[in-house]
Design a protein around this ligand. Structure first.
Ligand SMILES: NC(=O)c1ccc[n+]([C@@H]2O[C@H](COP(=O)([O-])OP(=O)(O)OC[C@H]3O[C@@H](n4cnc5c(N)ncnc54)[C@H](OP(=O)(O)O)[C@@H]3O)[C@@H](O)[C@H]2O)c1
Length: 221
């Protein structure tokens, strides 16, 4: 993987942070994006002062421009990892319209904008690795809006995967299982139901986020 040029969006989060740490360790050139500008600058510092840019999910044009910025900063781009998301809980009638909009924007529209902006910029062989969640296949009560957003993103990625296949750009929908690390406790609305113990986050990121990048490079290279 050494020498790969990778944009990680959501690098301030647990999954994005673990993925970036691994990619840097394996000799990739990395550019990182996240919402918390201060936290992002600190992490960039730890990752060899890699290029960093903050953005908010509600700025969809800004999200769409991240790949082009990263490509300029790194002198090209072949891989994008998107690990942006926020949980939300509550029966459908308890979720406000504002919260529903927030969940759809952060979990679906912003990741889609990042990928949409990346497709013309990516140089094959390349990969787009986007975290959705196991919830797409196994929805739970009190997660209708979160599940709907992740499922919309998964369906969109499924079509994009077919569109990009012949171009040498692998599009990977990562349906992560529930991990340790407190994602559900950072919910935008509502409280998480009692959840079983999460899987080990570092192992899950290695298996579900990093391995597909190596596999995609082998398949499309
Ligand atoms: N952890 C799990 O158990 C689990 C399981 C299945 C799927 N997933 C999915 O995996 C992804 C990452 O999860 P995680 O555990 O790493 O979560 P996390 O630690 O809470 O990180 C979430 C990331 O999303 C960013 N984000 C949140 N709201 C944003 C906004 N309005 N604008 C821009 N960025 C925003 C955060 O930015 P800041 O920190 O800078 O605010 C952070 O980089 C999410 O898509 C999640 O749905 C997680």
């Amino acid at each position: 993987m050494a020498g790969k040029k990778v944009l990680v969006v959501g690098a301030t989060g647990m999954v994005g942070g673990l993925a970036t740490q691994t990619l840097v360790g394996r000799g990739c050139a990395v550019a990182v994006a996240g919402r918390d500008a201060h936290g992002l600058a600190e992490r960039s510092n730890r990752w060899g002062n890699c290029p960093h840019r903050s953005f908010d999910a509600y700025d969809l044009e800004g999200a769409a421009g991240l790949a082009s910025w990263a490509s300029q900063a790194l002198g090209g781009l072949d891989t994008v990892v998107v690990a942006v998301g926020v949980a939300g809980f509550g029966r459908a009638e308890e979720v406000t319209e504002a919260a529903a909009e927030h969940l759809m924007t952060v979990n679906a529209l912003a990741p889609m904008a990042v990928v949409r902006g990346a497709l013309p910029v990516l140089e094959p062989p390349g990969a787009v690795v986007v975290v959705t969640g196991m919830i797409v296949d196994r929805p739970m009560r009190s997660t209708a809006d979160y599940t709907a957003a992740k499922t919309a993103l998964a369906a969109w990625l499924g079509v994009v995967e077919r569109e990009q296949r012949d171009r040498g750009i692998a599009v990977v929908d990562v349906r992560l299982p529930h991990l340790d690390g407190g994602f559900a406790d950072r919910a935008f609305i509502g409280r998480a139901p009692r959840l079983p113990r999460g899987a080990d986050a570092a192992q899950a990121v290695a298996r579900y986020v990093i391995a597909p990048i190596t596999d995609a490079a082998a398949r499309t290279g």
